[in-house]
Design a protein around this ligand. Sequence first.
Ligand code: LLP
Length: 422
Amino acid sequence: MSFHYRDGVLHADAVSLDAIAKQVGTPAYVYSAEMLLDAARQFRAALAGVPNKQLLFAVKANPAHAILTLLAEEGYGADIVSGGELAAARRAGMPAHRIVLSGVGKTPNELAAALDAGIGSINLEHEREGELLSALAVARGMRAPALLRVNPGIDAGTHAKITTGTSDSKFGVPLAEALAVYERLSRLPGLALHGVAVHIGSQIIDLAPLETAYRRIGDLILALRHHGHRITHADLGGGLGVAYRAGQPDADVYAYGLMVTRVTRAWETTLLFEPGRFIAARAGVLLTRVLWVKPGARHPFVIVDASMTDLIRPALYDAWHEFAAVRPSGKRMIADVVGPVCESSDVFARAREIDRMVEGDLAIFHTAGAYGATMSSIYNCHALAPEVLVHGRRSAVISSRVEPAALRRQSLPDWFEHAPRA
Ligand code: LLP
């Protein structure tokens, strides 16, 4: 089941979005547990040909406790990028050995916390980081399990702001230097280096750049073994894309599985995967209410109560999210769909044909389950939207609305003698 119309009303699984709006107000994120689990199972099924693997959900895509808990029960571990995500993954019951720490700017505290938690691997972004990690491990009388993240110098063919594998990007060690860096790091007393990691970008639909990246990693593994290194693990990152526009395809996850199986057949390593968007994006929508329909020079403005503070992807990446009425009348209109924030970029859709909207109507933005709620902000002193999980006939608030004052524990300097005190 999914987001679908029943008796003219949009439902998540068996629950109408009308009912959810009534319960929690708008804007609100709504997730379908069934769609999340379907995607998680599909990803695993597609990789059936890979004998040894670990599936790690990229927590950054959606760190909601209930979402992580469902994925933990499906056997997913976590790809994390901060101490906060480590805490979220552990709290959701993901075992430490199924957690991998990535991230280009890990702090000493985060590295130490990862060691103390006993996580499966720390993916090193550069040599200095490896030296620090080694020192931290030696001080604890242990060796840190680590992979070296390699930048294969490949354009993933996706939006520039979510590309990570080109040679001018900040991520990983350039392929040309990887062997030498690996050699030096492997001599450090506190590291148990056991392989390599790669991630070239996100929202990838065309599998060719991924295949090229993986082939380069395969060649590197051969070269490393030739130099006597024991390579037991290779982390192939995330990046599989989904359809944001009606009529476009999702990345073909089964073709991906076959490609990976073919390319890595002779590697003899455990493969790690870090999907985020593919698992969570389609399982979530952002529910909103139309505040005003205002005449514009060319098209009316449909002003909704959700904004770039709830879903920043359109403002940040010109991303497209389908917009649909909860109770479509069958009539259509051309409009700009905009949020209330005082920024010209607070625009969800320009000159788009949409379901006809009048004031007070409910609508959704599709494909908002990944990089949606988690990227929200309290700009303009907006609240953080609540999140609701639906499973079959049941629905529950999994994250309540948060007012900005609750996040900013503000105080006045004690020398502000004349200010009124709350
Ligand atoms: N592994 C690493 C090392 C990553 O940097 C990322 C995403 C992933 C895995 C998960 O990638 P996915 O499977 O979700 O494509 N905020 C952007 C996406 C940023 C992705 C950052 N890294 C957006 O809304 O499109």
